[in-house]
Design a protein around this ligand. Sequence first.
Ligand code: 48F
Length: 266
Amino acid sequence: MLRESNIGRAIIKSALRDLEEVSEVDVAIVGAGPSGLTASYYLAKHGFKVVVFERRFSFGGGIGPGGNMLPRIVFQEEALPILSEFGVRYEPSEYGVYTVDPSVLIAKLASKAIDAGARIFLGVHVDDVIYRSDPPRITGILWIWTPIQMSGMHVDPLYTEAKAVVDATGHDAEIISVASRKIPELGITLAGEKSAYSEESEKLVVKHAGRVAPGLYVTGIAACAVYGLPRMGPIFGGMLMSGKRVAEIIAEDLRGEKVALPAEGK
Ligand code: 48F
C-alpha cells in the first residue's frame, strides 16, 4: 500500500543520512558550474570525499544559456582531451574552434562527477566560511537552503567542515569575497574582473587556479575577480582546465605529495 506517511519517512530518513554524511568532508566545492563540476570529478576520482553545494536547483552554472542563448559553446584544441574524458561530443568549425551543445556538457559533467563519487546538493546557498586562527586557515563553510536565503528571514545556517574549500561561484567569487571582508588577517584583496581578452584569460584562469589562503582555493572565472584577470565569453576550455588544475593542487596539498591525475583508461 502506498502510504503518504511512508513517502515522507523515506525522504526524511535518506536525506538526513546524506546531510549528516556531508557534515565533514575532504573537499567542499561551492558552485556546480563547469569549473566546480570538473574539479569535483577529478577529486572524487582520486578518492577524496567531495561535496558540491549549488544554489540553484540545477547544474551547469553559465553553460546552459550557451552564447547569448544560442545553444552552442566553444572549446579550443587544448581542451579536447578533457572533453573526450567526459565523453562530450564536439564538432570542428571553420574558425579553428570546436562547438559543443551546452545540454550535453551539463549532463556529462554532472553524471561523471556523480559516478566518480562526488555528492551534489542543489538548492543550497553557501554564505560564510569557518575560520581558525592558529594557524590561520579556512576549515569549512556555512550553508542554508536557497529559498530560505531568498526569503530574507534570518535563519542560522548549518556547517560543513572541510580540509579544502573551493570557490567555484563564478564572476562574483562569493566565498573569497566573504573571507576577504570578514577575515582581514588572511590578507585577501579582490582585484576585480577586467574586460574581455579571451585568448589571454583562457590561459590565465588555468594558471591562477589554486590556493588563495590556507584551506581556501579558487577555480574558474572566480579567479578573474580575485586576481584582476580579463574575462572571456562563451568559450569553456579554460573552465574545465581550471577545474582540473585546482583538483591537482588540492590533491597535492592534502596528500603532501605530487599527484598526477591520469586521463581515463590510462
Ligand atoms: O558561473 P559559473 O558557471 O562559474 P564557472 O564554473 O564558469 C564560468 C562560465 O559559466 C562563464 C564563463 C566561461 O567561459 O565566462 O561565466 O567559473 O557557475 C557558478 C555556480 O555557482 C553557483 C551559481 O548558481 C552557479 O551555478 N553559486 C554562486 N554563488 C553561490 C553558488 C553560493 N554562494 N552558494 C552556492 N552556489
